[in-house]
Design a protein around this ligand. Structure first.
Ligand SMILES: [Zn+2]
Length: 220
């Protein structure tokens, strides 16, 4: 039943940008999908040496299509579209060399901000892990509110993460893994930094996101 619903959804929906019924993949028609390539992101190395792989750069106020895509992906029943974008990022990162990757991979989703929101980082991480037959490792949580209250005002704005109970064993032999921190949209990178710290600054650590949200200062 679910597959029938998915089939109907894919084949009877229209491109969310131009309304064309000739929808290809990822909620867009081919020409809109190609237009989105204009926003393709280059890999970046952050100040701490960590590599960031994003599919798209998302300059504030500059791409209606990308804003609409991300908003729509966050709706219900978009599993096929999430898979499509996850597959594209895996291809972008590894190209044809994926078979040569000998290091085991662990994909760690950004923990949800609160339990009411649908958890897109978890979905993104699940698709990435499935695409690479990697281990999905949801081992992080946000530091508890009680903890937060103990911090002074300056510190309270910082994101802090910790390992969930019973997951400290995961860090045994942690340096042999490639840890991929997966978040749907990366803004300041403070959550990714907190994940890097919580995992003990592993030597092989990358951030993988659907879109990197630039700041106004960067894109005036
Ligand atoms: Zn279109």
């Amino acid at each position: 039943m679910f597959q029938i619903m998915q089939f109907i959804r894919v084949h009877l929906s229209c491109c969310l940008h131009c309304g064309s019924f000739r929808i290809e993949n990822g909620l867009l028609c081919r020409s809109c999908s190609e237009a989105l390539d204009y926003y393709a992101a280059q890999p970046r190395v952050r100040n701490n040496g960590v590599k960031l792989w994003s599919l798209y750069e998302w300059p504030p106020g500059q791409s209606d299509m990308l804003s609409r895509l991300i908003l729509n992906l966050k709706g219900q029943g978009n599993d096929i579209a999430w898979n499509y974008y996850a597959r594209n990022l895996v291809k972008k990162r590894w190209g044809s060399d994926f078979a040569d990757v000998i290091r085991p991979i662990r994909v760690v989703p950004a923990p949800a901000r609160n339990e009411l929101n649908r958890d897109h980082a978890a979905q993104w991480a699940k698709c990435l892990a499935r695409e690479m037959s990697a281990e999905l490792t949801p081992c992080l949580k946000r530091t508890s509110q009680k903890h937060q209250r103990e911090l002074d005002r300056g510190e309270r704005g910082l994101v802090t993460l910790e390992l969930i109970e019973n997951s400290t064993g995961l860090l045994e032999g942690y340096s042999k893994y490639l840890w991929i921190f997966a978040d749907d949209v990366l803004t300041t990178g403070s959550t990714a930094q907190a994940a890097y710290e919580a995992l003990g600054r592993p030597p092989h650590f990358e951030i993988w996101t659907l879109a990197r949200r630039g700041s106004l200062a960067e894109h005036p």
